[in-house]
Write a new protein. Sequence first.
Length: 201
Amino acid sequence: MAYTSSAQLANVHEDGVWAVAWSPNGQVVTGSCDELVQSYMVHGQDISKKHSLRGHQLGVCSVSVSEGGLAASSALDSHIRLWDLESGAERGVIDAGPVEAWTVSLSPDGRLVASGSQGGNINLWNVEGGEKQHTFETGGKFAMSVAISPDGTKVACGAADGAVPCRKQGLCGRPARTDRLIGRGSPRLAEAGRGSGQPEA
């Protein structure tokens, strides 16, 4: 499939844009060092601003959107903020603690948000009450990216040391299964429980 230039809007933020995500209803959600989360509607060649979402006190480094139109953003102020993309209302704030929410990913149903920490851990938070539901210790370095799978049963993070730790199940209270994933220089994924549980050579 070929992609062609459809629309472009310059200077949407006053500083660098660190994060961008699409919502199911066609909004583009952006997060910037200027502390703002903004959303835009894209219709063919036309782009129009829908919301300017304020609340973060430092630069926004990650945004994520659920299937139901809930957005999550994390910033250098160590807070995760939750937004209703239809109304623009803030739905909640989670104080994740210092360097515990560099990156975020919402579950498809919008009930959980995963965050990656500077210490390499993956934290799972309950969206409704803001409580930390679980911490997965990956044994890795700085978790620079995190993603919950489309079926909501797995979460993976990309670490600064070149590893991609993953956790299966456990997102809904079941015991978590650990996958020992892609390490530096390894093209394959090895599952824990197969042999020694170490990455295949």
